[in-house]
Design a protein around this ligand. Structure first.
Ligand SMILES: [Zn+2]
Length: 345
């Protein structure tokens, strides 16, 4: 056996410019547990004791040679730094970004409802008229179904499902959730983007809603009130009160508007011996709610003689501003990309 052959081959290898990882690989190839040096030592067993000594020494020298070369090459890889490091200089400030305020609100609302076993869903932004209107007891001639109120997509009409639209509210998720589960209990919190063709100081064409839906045997208004009261106390604070005001929605019966007591005047309507400027009456409007209409339950394949349920739908931008106690002159600031506003949260 001639070690010089091996040495020559090794020298050939290190003539090329090697990267740090290539050097590592070379080290393993020669000096590793299954490396060439080990293999060479294992051939000693078949030699006479005189040869064993001689060849063994050659292998040891070769090993030492490899170690030295590799260490040399390795040290050349790291260029010594010439820069002067001044530890007294102030640190470089890295600008930290943050999530959009509405994203924070979505996360907080989800977490509040997950504590009472509501499943977070996000239903379609592009939706059939059927799920947004027909299945919710909203007749074909209802003004909400006009293209002044809803974005219609340029897509062929379907015989059963009607036109494709941009979902104008999260209520379209109600029937979809009933059909998904096939059977109560239903406990859904549907948080999604909604779209309506409005662009003014109190409306943006894209906004967010969250929709609560609860269906089971024996569900009544007290459950609706209790759940919203729980949400309001968790999200706005323990001392906030709610009240239900009769209203008219197509997909709930009976229907209510939910009001929340004003934080500024503690629900009295009077602040500093004057009429409260935030609420004017002690109460602020939170959003709509009611007991799910039997027609809607049937649309979702649920028997209204056995089951009952409630639903509510609130705007996220609205509850967010109410929580922060912010009076924003123009709601569009949320989506203007103005960092002066967004970095406040
Ligand atoms: Zn007030």
């Amino acid at each position: 056996m001639d070690i010089s052959d091996y040495k020559q081959r090794f020298d050939q290898r290190i003539k090329q410019k090697l990267s740090k990882s290539e050097l590592e690989a070379l080290k393993v190839e020669y000096l590793g547990r299954k490396g060439i040096i080990r293999q060479l030592f294992s051939t000693l067993a078949g030699l006479s004791s005189l040869d064993k000594k001689k060849v063994g020494q050659q292998i040891n020298e070769f090993k030492f040679y490899i170690e030295q070369k590799l260490s040399e090459l390795n040290s050349k890889l790291v260029e010594p730094t010439q820069e002067f490091f001044d530890p007294s200089l102030p640190k470089i400030k890295i600008k930290k970004g943050s999530l959009h305020p509405i994203t924070y609100a979505v996360e907080e609302i989800s977490s509040i409802f997950s504590k009472i076993s509501f499943v977070r869903m996000s239903y379609n932004e592009v939706e059939w008229e059927f799920y947004s209107f027909s299945a919710l007891n909203i007749p074909a001639d209802h003004p909400a179904r006009d293209d002044v109120e809803t974005f219609f997509l340029d897509y062929p009409e379907d015989k059963k499902y009607g036109h494709l639209i941009l979902s104008p509210h999260t209520s379209s998720g109600q029937v979809r959730e009933m059909l998904r589960l096939k059977q109560p209990p239903v406990r859904m919190i549907n948080i999604a983007k909604c779209y309506r063709p409005n662009w003014d100081t109190t409306h943006t064409p894209m906004f967010h809603q969250f929709e609560g839906l609860c269906i089971d045997k024996g569900i009544n208004i007290t459950h609706l009130k209790g759940t919203i009261d729980y949400f309001v106390k968790q999200y706005f604070g323990e001392n906030r009160q709610i009240r239900l005001r009769p209203y008219d929605f197509r997909f709930t019966e009976p229907s209510f508007e939910i009001d929340i007591s004003c934080a500024v005047c503690s629900g009295t309507g009077i602040y500093n011996e004057e009429k409260c400027r935030v609420c004017k009456s002690g109460w602020l409007e939170l959003g709509g709610s009611g007991m799910v209409h039997p027609y809607v339950l049937r649309s979702g394949g649920i028997d209204p003689d056995i089951y009952s349920g409630w639903a509510f739908g609130f705007g996220i931008e609205r509850v967010f501003l109410m929580k922060e106690g912010l009076q924003v002159d123009d709601l569009r600031v949320f989506y203007s990309g103005d960092l002066r506003f967004l970095s406040e949260f």
